[in-house]
Design a protein around this ligand. Structure first.
Ligand SMILES: [Zn+2]
Length: 257
């Protein structure tokens, strides 16, 4: 299993291309805005942060995800906001999921560091997001792994809120996912909505109504009421009582494993 090494199409790439063509000034503003919206945030692919190969074939489901599930990593609220730290976190999570849990790869689809770096988690998640039609089967939320995109936010948000930059990256990433897969912002949930867990922490969980509003503001929606009352009654919808996938948190970075 190798990740694609093709460099991601970033906003910078697009702008550079447009300028090189000398057409930037001639681009209608609305078209330029649409181009930015379609591009989404810069996301570091598995190959960029140094992921190991998955231990077996990652399953790609022939259906789009229906919702987004928000997590926190339950790791320390570090003040190292560097890219190096972000990539080390992604590697540590993958190591923990594969070597301790015995999973085939990182459990979640995407990770956002406290320094606001957005990274691919499970292989192929980024390619599928770009295509906007199918999802990678994940391991982040019991009952939702075939129908939702999981985002891990670095930190522990039981008593403090995420850094503003990290929250802004989360908004941008959720808006991008919602646009790509046509998911309403009302379909953004916390892990605890489905499993018996404290994740994503009381403070981040309390921010989800604001997150739905902020995402809806970017996708142009008006209705932002959560659809939880409907989802809860679906098969595997919630209240299953399984323990958190991160019962003891992720080992401190640097721990030999
Ligand atoms: Zn969680």
């Amino acid at each position: 299993m190798t990740s694609r090494l093709q460099p991601p199409l970033t906003r910078r790439t697009l702008l550079t291309g447009a300028l090189a063509l000398g057409t930037a000034a001639a681009l209608p503003l609305a078209a330029a805005a649409r181009a930015r919206a379609a591009t989404g945030p810069e996301i570091a692919a598995c190959g960029t942060w140094g992921a190991r190969a998955a231990s077996e074939q990652v399953v790609i489901l022939d259906s789009p995800p229906q919702r987004i599930v928000i997590h926190h990593t339950a790791t320390a609220n570090v003040t190292d906001y560097s890219k190096d730290r972000a990539y080390a976190l992604a590697r540590a999570i993958q190591r923990y999921h594969m070597d301790t849990h015995g999973w085939i790869d990182t459990g979640q689809h995407f990770t956002i560091s406290r320094g606001a770096f957005v990274m691919e988690g499970r292989h192929h998640s980024l390619d599928e997001l770009r295509a906007g039609a199918r999802q990678v089967r994940a391991a982040h939320c019991v009952g939702q792994n075939n129908t939702s995109i999981g985002i891990e936010n670095e930190g522990t948000y039981t008593s403090v809120e995420p850094p503003a930059a990290q929250y802004a990256a989360l908004v941008e990433m959720c808006a991008h996912i919602c646009r790509q897969y046509r998911i309403p912002a009302a379909e953004i949930y916390g892990h605890r909505d489905f499993n018996d867990t404290g994740c994503p922490g009381d403070r981040l969980y309390a921010m989800l109504p604001k997150l739905r509003r902020d995402v809806a503001g970017r996708t142009g929606e008006t209705a932002t009421d959560p659809l939880w009352e409907l989802v809860r009654d679906l098969p595997g919808g919630g209240g299953l009582g399984q323990s958190d996938y991160f019962p003891d948190g992720i080992p401190v970075l640097g721990t030999a494993r």
